[in-house]
Design a protein around this ligand. Structure first.
Ligand code: FES
Length: 339
């Protein structure tokens, strides 16, 4: 069982499970190793190997530039220790997991079409063990035959019944989403590893909530909205919920929001479409969702706790708008970049 030491911090942990990457080994030991996507795309988990040998199955992961490769930088979410290691890596208590990630095989208990390309998958953990996560977080899903992992955000709330619910969009050419849509039937099994992510609901904040979702980003935003409306301590908070789709057929989530207590008083649902040429009878907002948010809330954006999820270009454009036009401090903007 290799031991991994982080140079200059006095922190060390063991890679107790053979399939673990260095990042997971550190997080399950409770350490705040810096990370975001857990998928080789963002580069937040870069480290320098000082001593020891690693296994690096994906040496050309997108987060590694030619300069990184030349300098010998590696990704903790993609590498495993083969021997004891000494590494140099950023750690911060803000990355330390509130709920330690757990890995278990779950059974698909139901699936339901939400739109033509989004399906709700409900997985049941063994022995109904608690589903411990925070609204807005994600888990890594892997098929028992090894396909995956792929990061997907939960759409439900933490619960004592062992239910992990995901709204997943079919990604064209996506191996895991294709297999979920085409092969997985009720009773089928998947390996769940989670929770991960930092874009979780800050229940302690007194600010109103702004949720901005595009496409399958609806899943964590639904979890955030549910978290606000189901928490008696958040009774005073309003939820402004913006959801952008290409056409009206992409829009979803309103029925689930309407089912929440206090919806009429506290939720302001604002759907918009970006391709009105395909929807002649649409009378609602049209355009990119970040532009619509700016037009409608521009002067007051800095009073919100902002949560975003969706395709990377939408998240990048929205983050830039919130910071530059909205003067929203970085600490009030929460998202997990997936690639
Ligand atoms: Fe490892 Fe994003 S590249 S966390």
């Amino acid at each position: 069982m290799p031991t991994i030491k982080i140079e200059g911090t006095g922190e060390q942990f063991e890679q107790t499970e053979s399939q673990d990457c260095i990042l997971r080994a550190g997080l399950t030991a409770g350490y705040g190793l810096a990370y975001e996507c857990n998928s080789g795309g963002c580069g937040t988990c870069k480290f320098q190997l000082i001593e020891g040998e690693i296994e690096e199955p994906w040496p050309t992961a997108p987060a590694l530039s030619a300069r990184d490769i030349k300098k010998g930088r590696k990704l903790a979410c993609q590498c495993k220790a083969k021997t004891d290691l000494v590494i140099k890596m950023r750690t911060d208590p803000e990355y330390a997991p509130i709920n330690l990630p757990a890995r278990f095989e779950a059974t698909l208990s139901s699936r339901r079409d939400v739109t033509s390309d989004i399906v709700e998958f409900c997985f049941q953990a063994p022995d109904s063990s608690d589903a411990k996560f925070l609204p807005g977080q994600y888990a890594m899903l892997t098929f028992p035959d090894g396909r995956g992992p792929r990061a997907y955000s939960m759409s439900n709330l933490p619960n004592g019944d062992g239910v992990w619910e995901f709204w997943i969009r079919r990604k064209p050419g996506g191996e895991v989403s294709g297999a979920l849509f085409d092969e997985l039937r009720v009773g089928g099994r998947i390996v769940v590893d989670g929770p991960y992510g930092h874009a979780y609901l800050r229940a302690e904040s007194e600010r109103d909530i702004l949720c901005i979702a595009g496409g399958s980003g609806i899943s964590p935003m639904l979890s955030i909205a549910r978290g606000v409306l189901m928490d008696p301590d958040m009774e005073g908070r309003q939820v402004h919920f913006y959801f952008g789709g290409r056409t009206p057929e992409d829009l979803c989530g309103l029925d689930e929001l309407k089912a929440l207590p206090g919806f009429d008083r506290r939720v302001h649902y604002r759907p918009a479409i970006s391709m009105p040429e395909y929807a002649s009878d649409w009378t609602g907002d049209t355009g990119f969702i970040h532009e619509i948010v700016e037009n409608q809330l521009g002067n007051e954006l800095s009073r919100f706790e902002c949560y975003l999820a969706g395709p990377p270009p939408m998240v990048q454009a929205t983050t830039k708008m919130l910071q530059l036009q909205g003067n929203v401090p970085t600490g009030q903007i929460h998202y997990d970049p997936f690639y």
